[in-house]
Design a protein around this ligand. Structure first.
Ligand code: ADP
Ligand code: MG
Ligand code: ZN
Length: 478
């Protein structure tokens, strides 16, 4: 049988970080006592009328601009009817056939649409695994009910769970940098549902999909998708067919359970919300949404790869704009040094040193200025000090601050310039390690490490590794 490939489309709910709810003036705040942020509108008392939150509409337009979406000149709200305690109106105000943001893309993945809606209240199941009978009960907290949401829907363009999880991370970072949401998966301000099907690799038909609900971390999201992909493969390979359903993944046991057979759109009896006028963004609103865009991760990654950074380094920097700006200042100060060398110091040695010293807030918040880091890198590049000494100096700079040159002086770390002295140390190290010398002669080049190590110990890391290697080879070959 042909290899089966995964086909994945994501639906991402983003809670907008507005001050108030989507259709009433209740405050948004996470973690407060239940049911303190409520009013007749979000509790659906009879006769109330919703009033849309302008800021939420502006935030949705910003997300649309960041995802390169076509913006609808006129979009409308619909009622999505369903009966559940988390929805006091027994419908959710959402958008249906005319969403505010139409087709777009983020990186290689096409966006199908992004629409505005309101969040449901939060149901909390207490007691015996949440059953309503016996001592168990379900409680409802209406603080969350009516929170503005943007639901972003991708086309089924993702081809494996790891790719899907990484793309979701990129989306999260993009929305985070817009400043329109807290994008916390733990607190539920970013929620990702994954739709998955399988098909023979290379086919252009879509198989029947299942939907995985609401994983609360990217790792669980990926593991859930992997488990579901494997389940569908086993099913299809055994001659069975995939049923359309909604599933829950339990990360602790690694098992998938069916929540319900998936409802169809007509089950929701969508109809236009008669209490709200259409959303018609003004020119000013559209311009503001575009102009408020920072340089987003996708653009930064492209620009950094263009100046020679490796893909993973470019990604690391693009998802941390403060450190990326720091890198750019250091590069500007490090005249004649390749950006990739500076980037490796920023994301490698400096990041590791900051972590070790438990410095919070990254490079930009550290005692090391971009100019000082540039000066340190120059000392290493010009072989004034060895790479190892560079790390030692950096450790001191992180702890105490200060320019690198005086620290080099004070600590006696200047590279050994007296080649006679270094030659003598190399010769002694070779004499002390006859086994290693023999191995190198037999062609085992790894054995050179033992001699280099001995020289470095003797010189306290002040020797240049390249020069030590050269001196050893010279002696072996003579
Ligand atoms: P529904 O009507 O069930 O909500 P949609 O067509 O609106 O389905 O698609 C919802 C999400 O599922 C989208 O992200 C879409 O890309 C994805 N999707 C649709 N069909 C498939 C499929 N066959 N396999 C995987 N993902 C799919
Ligand atoms: Mg859908
Ligand atoms: Zn309210």
């Amino acid at each position: 049988m042909a290899e089966l490939e995964a086909v994945i489309g994501l639906e991402i709910h983003v809670q907008l970080a507005t001050k108030t709810k989507m259709f009433c003036g209740c405050e948004l705040s996470f973690g407060d006592e239940p049911n303190v942020h409520t009013c007749p509108i979000c509790l659906a008392h009879p006769g109330v009328l919703p009033v849309p939150n302008e800021k939420a509409i502006r935030y949705a337009l910003q997300i649309g601009a960041a995802l390169n979406c076509e913006i609808a000149p006129r979009s409308i709200f619909h009622r999505k009817n369903y009966f559940y305690p988390d929805s006091p109106k027994a419908y959710q105000i959402s958008q249906y056939d005319i969403p505010i943001c139409g087709p777009g893309r983020l990186g290689d993945i096409r966006i199908h649409r992004a629409h505005l809606e309101e969040d449901a209240a939060k149901t909390i199941h207490v007691g015996d695994s949440g059953r309503i009978h016996g001592s168990a009960a379900s409680l409802v907290d209406f603080n969350r009910g009516g929170t503005p949401l943007v639901e972003i829907v991708t086309e089924p363009d993702l081809r494996d769970p790891a790719e899907a999880a990484n793309w979701a991370r990129l989306l999260r970072e993009t929305v985070r940098q817009l400043g329109v949401s807290d994008v916390s998966m733990e607190e539920g301000s970013l929620r990702v549902d994954a739709n998955i099907s399988v098909r023979p690799a290379g086919s252009d038909q879509l198989g029947t999909k299942t939907e995985l609900k609401n994983m609360n971390s990217f790792r669980f999201l990926q593991r859930g998708m992997e488990a579901e992909y494997e389940r569908q493969c086993a099913l299809v390979e055994a001659g069975g067919t995939v049923e359309q359903e909604t599933l829950h993944f339990d990360p602790a046991s690694g098992t998938l359970t069916s929540l319900r057979s998936k409802e169809e759109a007509h089950d929701y009896r969508y109809f236009p919300e008669p209490d709200l006028v259409p959303i018609v963004p003004t020119e000013e609103m559209l311009r503001e949404a575009r102009e408020a865009l920072p340089e987003l991760p996708v653009a930064r990654i492209e620009r950094y790869e263009g100046i020679g950074l490796a893909g993973d380094v470019a990604l690391t920097l693009a998802t941390d704009p403060e450190t990326a700006d720091y890198f750019e200042s250091a590069t500007a100060a490090a005249d004649g040094i390749e950006p990739k060398v500076v980037a490796n110091w920023v994301t490698g040695e400096l990041a590791a040193t900051l972590r070790q010293a438990k410095v919070e807030g990254g490079a930009a918040a550290s005692k090391v200025s971009p100019e000082q880091l540039a000066a340190l890198i120059a000392l290493v590049q010009e072989k004034e000090i060895s790479h190892g000494s560079g790390k030692t100096v950096l450790g001191i700079m992180v702890a105490e601050g200060g320019e690198p040159a005086p620290i080099v002086e004070r600590e006696g770390l200047a590279q050994m310039s007296d080649s006679g002295e270094l030659e003598a140390i190399v010769e002694k190290a070779m004499a002390d390690n006859p086994d290693a010398v023999e191995k190198i002669r037999e062609g085992n080049n790894k054995a050179i490490g033992a001699i280099v190590g001995a020289v470095m110990r003797e010189t306290k890391g002040r020797a240049d590794g390249g020069e030590v290697n050269r001196l050893i080879q010279e002696r072996i070959n003579s």
